[in-house]
Design a protein around this ligand. Structure first.
Ligand code: AVJ
Ligand code: FE
Length: 434
């Protein structure tokens, strides 16, 4: 039974509109000078993300779907992420803030007209509104990237959001959960807007393992620091140890010590590091070293997904840990409703069938696994989304952070990055063999 075409159209329009509201909030919050400045060589100027969002939307929806010629062919190469590394983007003849806003708005106006009269079926790209959903997810992904740029920006705070509630409901009964070994269904062949790397659904077996009920907290991570974790090469992968020594790293990014206390800077505010919050802004190497110090290890990607989706009662894999229903604020901390992760131990309504908590939202969780294609993978609709990143250079992150919009978050969603990266909203949980 297909979804009613008008409902699909409404969903696509709502997803595009929500993404643009977030883009506007992130880019209207700062001056033109801040939009064109480079706040870190790791990031693009915000004004690049803004026009890149419009350009990808133009290329895919007006170009590939509607078959129209480029509005401004000369700018396409400026906004091709593969032609210019982030560190060089400020030197490009980019559209200025007003021109970038106007361009993105003009594309959007034409896209809404297209959506009105395009059947959401007939081709793989249009099926169930996929191309429109892909573009809404792309914009939300860049909104998270822009939020990372905001976090790296110096100066007074410009963003605000309510604090998350303290944990609601009963605390988890135990610190770790036993996930029984055996096969489960990993990935998806039915989720309409799932991206190519999440496909196809396939059977994967894992051995029984224990996994942390909640992500590793700042308090737990501080014990690793206090125990000299950053001074002990035996806990570290060789490249991680090299990074620690070369950059004199001794704590997560944005932490510093003052008067015997750990403080951290968060969107322009300095505050004591909160004990019960999941640790944030750690590299894969830091996560891996902590786990080794704790006598544990990172979960593999398959273990993470089995813990998150497998329902032992039915043998099915769920869309989310709590079931197939779309996320609500009771399930998970998503969508930049807050500017930080929620304390560990909340969201009982978002628990998996076995009782694992906060798998979705709060912090991206590093896994032990390299980013690799599933058996039967097919690049769609372009090789540069996933395929060119497959291999041992990138590690997989799962679950999504507080900065991920629900449209770009599912039990099957896969993120990836270099193991040295720590400006992303990354944390982790640990596991152990039985
Ligand atoms: C999936 C988050 C790794 O931002 O590099 C954005 C998403 N791809 N534009 C990224 C993406 C093309 C991608 N990540
Ligand atoms: Fe992009």
């Amino acid at each position: 039974p297909g979804i009613h075409p008008e409902l699909l159209r409404e969903r696509a329009a709502a997803a595009l509109t929500a993404a643009r509201a977030r883009t506007a909030a992130l880019t209207d919050a700062v001056s033109d000078r801040d939009l064109t400045a480079q706040h870190s060589p790791l990031m693009s100027p915000l004004v690049w993300d803004l026009a890149h969002i419009g350009n990808q939307e133009e290329l895919w929806l007006l170009g590939r779907v509607a078959g129209r010629a480029s509005m401004h062919p000369e700018i396409n190469s400026l906004y091709d992420a593969f032609e210019h590394p982030r560190s060089e983007r400020p030197k490009l003849p980019l559209l200025g803030p007003e021109a970038a806003r106007r361009y993105a708005a003009e594309v959007r106006g034409r896209v809404f007209a297209l959506l009105e009269r395009t059947p959401l079926e007939g081709t793989e790209l249009l099926d169930q509104g996929f191309a429109f959903g892909m573009i809404a997810q792309h914009e939300q992904q860049h909104d998270e990237t822009m939020l990372i740029t905001h976090q790296l920006r110096a100066g007074a705070p410009v963003l605000a959001a309510p604090e998350p509630d303290p944990p609601q409901g009963p605390p988890p009964p135990a610190a770790e959960v036993l996930v029984p070994g055996g096969p489960f269904i990993m990935g998806t062949s039915t989720e309409p807007w799932a991206l190519d790397n999440e496909r196809p659904a396939h059977v994967r077996a894992v051995a029984s393992f224990w996994i942390d009920t909640v992500p590793v907290t700042n308090a737990a991570y501080r014990a690793f620091i206090a125990d000299g974790g950053y001074r002990e090469p035996r806990w570290w992968a060789p490249e991680g140890w090299e990074q620690v020594r070369a950059h004199d790293i001794g704590a997560p990014l944005f932490w510093h010590r003052e008067g015997g206390q750990w403080l951290r800077r968060r969107f322009g505010v300095t505050e004591p590091v909160p004990d019960e919050e999941p640790v944030l802004h750690v590299s894969w190497y830091e996560a891996d070293a902590y786990a080794r110090w704790a006598g544990r290890r990172l979960p593999t990607e398959a273990e993470w997904e089995k813990a998150a989706r497998h329902d032992p009662a039915s043998g099915r894999s769920r869309r989310y840990p709590w079931g197939d229903a779309d996320p609500t604020p009771a399930h998970a901390n998503l969508g930049q409703r807050h500017l930080r992760p929620s304390a560990a131990g909340g969201y009982p309504a978002g628990a998996s069938p076995l009782g694992v908590r906060q798998l979705i939202g709060d912090v991206w969780e590093w896994t032990a696994s390299d980013f690799l294609p599933y058996p039967g993978f097919r690049a769609f609709p372009y090789r540069e989304y996933s395929e060119v990143f497959f291999g041992p250079a990138h590690k997989v992150l799962r679950g999504g952070s507080f900065a991920v919009d629900p449209v770009a978050c599912r039990g099957t969603f896969r993120n990836w990055d270099l193991p040295v990266r720590r400006q992303i909203f990354s944390g982790f949980r640990t596991a152990r063999d039985v």
